[in-house]
Design a binder for this molecule. Structure first.
Ligand code: P6P
Length: 326
């Protein structure tokens, strides 16, 4: 049986075919892969270590910070800083962005946006959680301090985006604008190996995914859509971890929605480090991603690190079906 190529080998092979991509960019992807392995190890042992439960803290979005959230955030910051390839990081767990001060990092060309452990409310009940990341080329000159504008860029300007799903198996799925590829973690060799080359989302599916418990807070349009699909015998699947729900949508088709609610009229999910990276992946796999105003998510102006957006993403025909009700 032919050996599966590792994430490292894949990245290097793609670097060769993209002459303009500097080793710096490939190196950053590799470091993200290593950070994912470390988080994976911690997540897999969470029940055995005193890192479950809440820190009794709130992050910028008002979410209770779970210990593992914080731990994963520290790992991502440490690994990105040590990579010497990332100038700074914006994270769900950080009020503001952090610029790395060492002379090598501070002059590098990329910044990372991340939700280091998405779906954290599921950690204590052993349901899949994930890491989401996006990579932007910095806009400010490399010999000047990082600016907020280096991070507040539209999703269409992402250089790369990916997620890690800590599920029944651990997968890393990413795109750098040339399609989507999935890698499964092989504990035997400690490497992510190419398992899902060129992932393409089906053009339709009979699954819709949203928190129906919020139904009385949705707009009339969204409620009409729910009635419509309920009468078409669609299946409702909802994990409550965006990475798990979007990964299933990528594999099976259908649509994932987080519409505006009374509590979060703009939607709960954050545009910078949840909506945009996941939208790049869904679009690169042939799907669509819009907000409740039918605006393409990747075109939305990003004005603050923790701004929220309603999200409707998935198979093209499923998203178009939702659009017909908006
Ligand atoms: P709700 C997890 O907390 C998260 O940020 C996403 O991963 C997930 O899609 C959403 O919130 C779940 O929110 O309100 O349905 O529990």
């Amino acid at each position: 049986m032919s050996r599966r190529i590792t994430l490292d080998e894949f990245i290097v092979s793609k670097q060769k075919s993209y002459s303009e991509s500097s080793g710096e960019f490939s190196g950053l992807l590799r470091h993200l892969g290593i950070a994912a392995k470390i988080i994976n190890r911690v997540v897999n042992k969470a029940g055995l270590m005193d890192i479950l439960g809440s820190e009794e803290m709130m992050n910028s979005s008002g979410d209770a910070v779970q210990k593992l959230d914080n731990y994963s955030n520290q790992l991502m910051m440490e690994y990105m800083a040590n990579s010497g390839i990332c100038a700074g990081i914006a994270s769900e767990e950080l009020d503001d962005f952090i610029a790395f001060a060492d002379p090598i990092s501070s002059r590098s060309s990329y910044v990372v946006v991340t939700d280091p452990l998405d779906g954290s409310s599921n950690i204590d009940v052993n349901i899949s959680v994930g890491t989401i990341f996006g990579i932007y080329r910095r806009l400010s000159p490399e010999d000047s301090p990082l600016q907020l504008s280096d991070f507040c860029q539209k999703g269409k300007d992402l250089v790369a985006a990916g997620y890690v799903l800590y599920g029944t198996s651990t997968m890393l799925v990413y795109t750098y604008g040339d399609g989507v590829n999935g890698f499964t973690y092989d504990r035997g060799i400690g490497e992510f190996c190419l398992s899902h080359p060129n992932m393409v989302i089906p053009d339709h599916g009979k699954i819709y995914s949203l928190n129906q418990g919020n139904a009385n807070e949705f707009s009339d349009q969204i409620r009409s859509y729910i009635d419509h699909v309920s009468n078409k015998n669609y299946s409702l699947r909802y994990v409550g971890s965006m990475v798990a729900d979007v990964h299933r949508t990528l594999c099976k088709g259908g649509v994932f929605l987080y519409p505006g609610t009374v509590k979060n009229p703009q939607g709960k999910l954050r545009l910078l480090y949840e909506g945009n990276p996941m939208s790049m992946i869904v679009e690169q796999a042939g799907g669509m991603s819009i907000d409740e105003g039918s605006n393409r998510i990747l075109e939305l102006p990003v004005t603050s690190l923790h701004q929220r957006s309603s999200i409707i993403m998935g198979a093209r025909k499923n998203v178009e079906e939702v659009m017909s009700f908006l």
